[in-house]
Design a protein around this ligand. Structure first.
Ligand SMILES: *Cc1c(COP(=O)(O)O)cnc(C)c1O
Length: 389
């Protein structure tokens, strides 16, 4: 009799060993203040909601534009480039995955043929940065190369060179989160230009949060043939739900990515929503400025309460709370219905990442923080009276 079939054996060993990306929690119960996944606290522009409603009719039976043609035309106009410089994805996450598949050889395809060959199979990125990068590299069977940022999350100087503390010039793909996540630190375009200039492989500047920053590096995608800039409608344009992101870069790289994407990779309502978003820049400038103003106030007030808050060029704050471990802070905030992000990794686990919400949410967060600090003082007092520590 045939042995029962073990479905585990049908899965590639590489995939069996893979650790999937851990997304922030999307709580199903209401009444929580959600400051854990860097969503925008403000709704999409009324124009966007109208456009989506107007498109929701019998036409849902039709395929959308396979190339997101109209959206790409609008994006090209916005960035002063040609349609051939633009590819749209199902979120920028999809495009990051495509970049790995497009520019990086799987390690086993180039095994044991020297350092140059290994570089062709290498995905490198700074640590800490976006925690999706290692997952994408592993899923492709690529060589993963992690280069530590400076203690203040600055770029190493020079960023490219020899040794484990520098980017390797020949790596097939380098992913740079700029401004950085989870620290919020921004980088000067001049420094990024020098970094790109020293690289020989493809560089993706992942500008997911750039609309909350003082400067952007879109010009580098149009200046260097090996540089791609990644943008998303998720964070600064309140469109996480619709999954729309894009790359800008040299037509040869963009054309190669087009070859390997799904034929209808961007859903129709996502295209409609993103197009309408670009029609209302004034609305988004206002809401982005409001987030930045709230960010600066929240940072100031938290510093006054004993938090060490890193300067931020994004819509979140990276902070080391006073007193108990950050993980405990997360739990106590959760008891007060505030959801924030805590990362377990060494070098990260003493911090919290808190999304900047509305002013009202920032006030609720500060009230919760003050409540926790008071509670702690009471607990410490009780321990002392009992003759403890
Ligand atoms: C959120 C985020 C993305 C992904 O955005 P989507 O377009 O929603 O896929 C990419 N990079 C960084 C650094 C992000 O924080």
């Amino acid at each position: 009799m045939a042995r029962p079939l073990d479905p585990n054996r049908l899965v590639r060993p590489l995939v069996r060993r893979l650790h999937a990306y851990t997304p922030g929690e999307q709580p199903r119960t209401g009444g929580l203040v959600k400051l854990n996944t860097n969503e925008n606290p403000y709704p999409p522009s009324p124009r966007v909601l109208r456009a989506i409603r107007a498109a929701t009719d019998w036409r849902l039976r039709l395929y959308p534009s396979p190339t997101a043609e109209r959206l790409r035309e609008k994006l090209a106009r916005r960035h002063g480039c040609a349609v051939e410089n633009v590819i749209v994805g199902n979120g920028s996450d999809e495009l990051l995955a495509l970049a790995v598949r497009c520019f990086v050889e799987p390690a086993d395809a180039v095994a044991s043929t020297g350092a140059k060959a290994a570089a062709r199979a290498t995905v490198q990125y700074f640590t800490p940065s976006y925690s999706l990068y290692p997952v994408l590299a592993d899923a492709h069977g690529a060589v993963r190369r992690e280069v530590p940022l400076e203690a203040d999350f600055g770029l190493p100087e020079p960023a490219v060179g020899r040794g484990p503390a520098r980017l390797e010039a020949g790596a097939a793909l380098t992913l740079v989160t700029t401004p950085n996540a989870p620290s919020g630190r921004g980088y000067a375009t001049g420094a990024l230009d020098r970094l790109c200039g020293a690289m020989r492989g493809v560089v993706v500047l992942d500008e997911a949060y750039v609309d909350f920053a003082d400067e952007h590096a879109m010009g580098l995608a149009l200046k260097h043939p090996h540089v791609l800039v990644a943008r998303t409608f998720s964070k600064a344009y309140s469109l996480c739900f619709q999954r729309v992101g894009y790359f800008v870069g040299h037509p040869v790289l963009i054309g190669a990515l087009h070859k390997i994407r799904d034929s209808y990779n961007v859903n129709g309502l996502g295209q409609v929503a993103a197009e309408a978003t670009l029609e209302d820049p004034e609305y988004y400038r206002r809401t982005q400025q409001r987030v930045v103003a709230t960010r600066e106030r929240l940072a100031r007030e938290l510093a006054g309460l004993g938090f060490r808050v890193a300067p931020s060029q994004t819509n979140f704050l990276w902070m080391e709370p006073p007193g108990p471990p950050a993980e405990q802070w997360r739990d106590r905030l959760r008891e007060r219905r505030m959801v924030v992000r805590w990362f377990s990794g060494t070098g990260l686990n003493r911090h919290l990442r808190v999304t900047v919400g509305t002013d009202g949410e920032a006030d609720r967060f500060l009230r919760a923080v003050r409540g926790i600090l008071r509670e702690r003082r009471r607990e410490d007092g009780a321990t002392e009276r009992k003759g403890g520590k």
